[in-house]
Design a protein around this ligand. Structure first.
Ligand SMILES: Nc1nc2c(ncn2[C@@H]2O[C@H](COP(=O)(O)OP(=O)(O)OP(=O)(O)O)[C@@H](O)[C@H]2O)c(=O)[nH]1
Length: 396
């Protein structure tokens, strides 16, 4: 029986991994740019060890610092990763007791900002706790007791473990559009939701959630996120109050009226293309990262008179939104254009076949993006090294 060196085994497994990747179906490139949204992350947390006691004077070492997560408004998992790229968080060790300081200094706690809506699990997927309220705090690794008589004056080790942060999603899909675009009508047609529908803006004043059910029992949730209007970033209308929900969805579904939109006679009329650009800008002004999310565009009310002609007029610009943006005035132009994985024309009110098609496409998009984000999070060599460490040397 041969015993291979660890290096040789790693090389062999990496070769197998690479060749299995070669045989798998190549992923569509145009989607890659949108696969950067993070909704779960594993990190290592290590609390501080307690300081040594001082037996001669019965002195006690300081307690080690705790590691805790604090739910923070406006924080994303990507911000978290930028701050802790090595995914390792450590609190301070407690100070030792000595002749000039009988009670050792307490180790400083490490408080780490995380997004609101995070659930934390340990390495066996057991729930540690939820952080749903702003400023709520959860200790994820407890600092060790300082050394004293009862523990032989040796500081106790701080907890050290791997934890998983999972961003709780309000829904898989977030439906975003200006008032009257047909969000409620669309949600009602595609899901089991029963939202109010009216031909005046702001029928929806809180998110409605519908469930899309498929024949194979798969279920996908969709939230109608209401009340976004031009100037929301200046707190006009309901401002950005509802956009925070968008952060907690996997796929953005923008919906616009092919005939454009005018909030009231005091506001400017905006064409369909302008509403798309304005939605893009409002999302960007709220949080640029939202533009990295997978997104799809629905051009609604295609059953209305002159809709086909209006669509043909803007088709090319829609397909090259980056360039099209340049011809719009600065005040409505976003810095970066949203990349749509799909643009579909529908009639939410009158065309059940359109709805069926969208239902299938959103499912496919969610699946493809899930596959891509698994790819992005995967560090093959590191993972394989870790697996080898766990299994020990392989005997062949
Ligand atoms: N012709 C036509 N009318 C539609 C279509 N979809 C929606 N409508 C109408 O447009 C109006 C607004 O629809 P809603 O579904 O309430 O729009 P909304 O985007 O939910 O509006 P808010 O609740 O204000 O955000 C209603 O009168 C709908 O009947 C469509 O595909 N074709």
């Amino acid at each position: 029986m041969n015993c291979f060196s660890t290096k040789a085994v790693i090389q062999m497994v990496v070769r197998q991994y690479n060749s299995s990747k070669k045989n798998s179906k190549p992923l569509r490139n145009y989607l890659k740019q949108n696969s950067r949204f993070l909704d779960s992350l594993r990190v290592h947390v290590k609390a501080g060890t307690g300081g040594f006691g001082f037996p001669k004077y019965g002195g006690e070492g300081g307690k080690g610092g705790d590691v805790s997560f604090v739910a923070t408004d406006g924080m994303t998992l990507k911000d978290f990763l930028n701050k802790y790229p090595r995914k390792k968080i450590q609190a301070e060790t407690g100070g030792n007791s000595h002749s000039r300081r009988i009670l050792g200094q307490i180790g400083q706690d490490k408080k780490v900002n995380v997004p609101i809506g995070i659930t934390v699990y340990d390495d066996k997927n057991v729930l540690i706790g939820d952080l749903n309220e702003k400023d709520s705090e959860l200790i994820v690794a407890k600092g060790g007791e300082g050394g004293k008589n009862s523990n032989g004056y040796c500081g106790v080790k701080g907890e050290s473990r791997s934890v998983k942060l999972e961003l709780k999603l309000i829904a898989d899909i977030g439906l975003v559009g200006f008032p009257n675009a047909g969000k409620s009508t669309f949600l009602k047609a595609i899901s089991n939701a029963k939202p109010k529908i009216a031909s005046y803006p702001f029928t929806t004043i809180r998110p409605n959630i519908g469930i899309l059910s498929y024949e194979d029992l798969r279920q996908i949730s969709m939230a109608d996120l209401p009340g976004l209007i031009e100037g929301a970033h200046c707190n006009i209308g309901m401002g950005h109050r509802f956009l925070r929900h968008v952060e907690r969805t996997k796929l953005l579904l923008l919906i616009v009226d092919i005939n454009g939109f005018q909030l009231n006679p005091k506001h400017k009329f905006r064409s369909c293309l302008e509403t798309i650009i304005l939605l893009n800008k409002e999302l960007e002004l709220y949080k640029e990262e939202l533009l990295d999310k997978p997104a799809m565009l629905l051009i609604n009310k295609m059953d209305t008179e002159g809709a086909k002609e209006k669509y043909l007029e803007i088709k090319d610009q829609l397909e090259n939104l980056d360039e099209a943006l340049l011809s719009f005035p600065k005040e409505i132009r976003p810095l970066k254009s949203i990349k749509f994985d799909k643009i579909i024309q529908i009639s939410a009110k009158n065309q059940p076949d359109d709805i069926k098609q969208v239902k299938q496409i959103v499912r496919n998009l969610l699946d493809i993006n899930e596959e891509l984000s698994n790819d992005v999070e995967c560090h093959p060599l590191e993972d394989l090294k870790e697996q080898l460490r766990e299994r020990g040397p392989v005997l062949l």
